[in-house]
Ligand binder design. Sequence first.
Ligand SMILES: Nc1ncnc2c1ncn2[C@@H]1O[C@H](COP(=O)(O)OP(=O)(O)OP(=O)(O)O)[C@@H](O)[C@H]1O
Ligand SMILES: [Mg+2]
Length: 268
Amino acid sequence: MATERMSFDDLPPAVLVGVQSHAGEILRTEMVIQGYNSQIAARISTADGSFFIKGLRADHGRVWTQHREAEVNPYLRGIAPALLWQVEDAGWVLLGFEALDGHHADYSAGSPDLPKVADLLCRLGEVPCPPIELRHAEQRLAAYAAKPTDVAHFAGDSLLHTDLNNENVLVNGPAYLVDWAWASKGAAWLDAAHWVVWLMAAGKQEPRSAEEWAARVPAWRTAAPEAVTAFALATANLWEEIAGVDPDPWTATVFDASRRWAEYRKAG
Ligand SMILES: Nc1ncnc2c1ncn2[C@@H]1O[C@H](COP(=O)(O)OP(=O)(O)OP(=O)(O)O)[C@@H](O)[C@H]1O
Ligand SMILES: [Mg+2]
């Protein structure tokens, strides 16, 4: 479910003072509308530059995702915007990133962004899994697997982003991946598989062309066909559950894409 977003300017004065101690005097703030999970998502301009800030109340049930993003960020140079500072004060946890310009990746067929996203996933595949606490892909998918033995396909030692929504990919020259809240550890090919679902949902691509893009990522080629099918089935089950409780039309679109992919895999 979406978390209600509030204006940066309505943060407690102590938090704003904390931000200014890192970022300089705030000249302009702009609420970012994309994304659902942060109570605060804003771009600010100061005398020192531009910053992207996301934040949750310290007592929010998902505040651990902010800490996870902070922990993983130093390992993602060239892949994610750098985390520059954090403010934890007056009941808030805020992360201050370098602000990226550019646009959200266009996942539709023929988009010039597609090779850039493939390149981004290739580069991510070369990042060693950092020695920090991460979610485990096989545990996250366990409740959705079509059969219990499928879960073993998803285990592995690779660092994964797991939310390849096109609004989490900013293209500014190369492509960058934001929103590492759900960073996980698992089989190397899983991010390419997540990309397939979003290429279909956000880019309206057919399963075959979406898989052709995924195949540009070396890790995809390490996946056994039955492992990919197991993932497609589990993902369709996961999105069916989300679409059942979340009225946002987007969830229905992603469920439909994942269901069509699962059917394509079963037929093949
Ligand atoms: N460093 C950055 N520079 C500029 N814009 C950014 C940056 N990081 C994120 N954004 C923009 O802000 C949006 C929301 O950020 P992000 O996805 O990290 O937060 P979120 O609200 O938790 O999102 P979600 O609901 O997808 O989990 C992104 O879709 C992107 O458009
Ligand atoms: Mg996001």
